[in-house]
Design a protein around this ligand. Structure first.
Ligand SMILES: [Zn+2]
Length: 343
């Protein structure tokens, strides 16, 4: 590892867009399948990793939902969350905000109580053992109905104080944000922060709907906004954070090569861009690998890398006091590595 790589890995950073059910490393997926008496289509971690070739978002989602089936018990949810948080801590992450989409698990018979206590238990452990700041976001599936999402909202209320935000993901094309306007209003009325996947494969109009109709606090991805200059100006002026996931965009063919990724253009246009991992094993990397891939392909300066990391800390769903503490950690790190950060 070069000095620059270790400097970037050590930066106190965030991961604000990461799906717990998309973070199962291949070996853990095989272990969980065996534990639950299931037979996967792959026998080895290498064979499973070899299947991670995607043509688009839907081809990924097909494999992703198949992988989700190995998560059944409270212990399964604890183990997968624990494994991700350990890796994130080693990756320099100081604040992790994790999505989980309970709908498909509940449908297969896992009680919501088991899912929540597994995930929240692992989060509590990571706070204690690694000093990690971590928050849970509940995500609904946009390919299901708004009525289904409303049911989910009712079901999670017993854990309201332990949930930092409500989000939405899944197949984007044909499922515009407008379909969920009442759901997002209900979530906001109940005091939740909100975020939504928009403009990943969908058009700029979906990002506009997310902003105007859903009135979200953050946009997940958002890349497509660049096609609408007025929208870019508004997102920049209102400092709406975009949780961009470069390796995810590359692996899902949103860009043909990393050198064509719009990240640097987005930064140049004043957008509040952050870099995140989305589903790390499927897309080939945690946050540091995402930053390194962007640095190599887009020739980002260290100042630009630090800007992206600072943007993440500023976009986190934390209290003002906690944000100041986290930004203080970054400033301390930069002061200790003044030589590296200036080069
Ligand atoms: Zn995502």
């Amino acid at each position: 590892m070069t000095d620059i790589e270790s400097f970037i890995r050590g930066l106190p950073k965030t991961d604000l867009h990461m799906h717990i059910e998309g973070s199962i490393e291949p070996q853990l997926m095989l272990d969980l399948a065996a534990r639950n008496g299931m037979k996967l289509r792959w026998d080895t971690a290498e064979a499973l990793r070899g299947a991670y070739q995607f043509d688009n978002l839907q081809s990924f989602l097909d494999l992703y939902f198949e992988g989700c089936k190995v998560l059944v018990t409270e212990g399964d949810f604890r183990d997968v969350t624990r494994a991700y948080l350990r890796r994130a801590h080693e990756d320099g992450v100081v604040r992790a905000e994790l999505f989980i989409g309970p709908q498909s698990f509940i449908e297969r018979g896992t009680p919501l109580e088991a899912l929540m206590s597994g995930v929240l238990g692992a989060m509590q452990e990571a706070r204690r053992e690694h000093g990690l700041s971590v928050g849970l976001m509940i995500s609904v599936h946009r390919h299901r109905t708004e009525a289904d999402a409303m049911v989910m909202l009712d079901q999670i209320m017993p854990w309201k104080d332990q949930i930092i935000a409500i989000g939405m993901g899944g197949a984007e094309i044909g499922n515009p944000p407008a379909k969920f306007a009442r759901f997002f209003k209900a979530a906001r009325d109940r005091g939740f922060r909100t975020t939504v996947h928009a403009g990943e494969e969908g058009p700029a109009a979906y990002v506009r709907e997310a902003l105007d109709l859903l009135q979200v606090d953050r946009i997940d991805h958002g890349n497509a906004c660049l096609a609408d200059p007025d929208l870019v100006r508004e997102l920049a002026m209102r400092r709406i954070p975009l949780t961009v996931c470069p390796l995810s965009n590359l692996r899902l063919q949103g860009v043909t090569e990393m050198a064509r990724h719009p990240l640097k253009t987005m930064m140049a246009q004043g957008l509040h861009v952050t870099v995140n991992s989305d589903d790390p094993p499927y897309f080939g990397g945690y946050v540091t690998e995402n930053l390194l891939a962007c640095r190599d392909a887009l020739d980002l300066s260290l100042q630009e890398i630090v800007r992206l990391v600072r943007n993440g800390l500023e976009a986190a769903f934390v209290t003002t006091e906690e944000r100041e503490m986290l930004l203080g950690q970054l400033d301390d790190y930069l002061a200790r590595h003044a030589g590296a950060s200036m080069s």
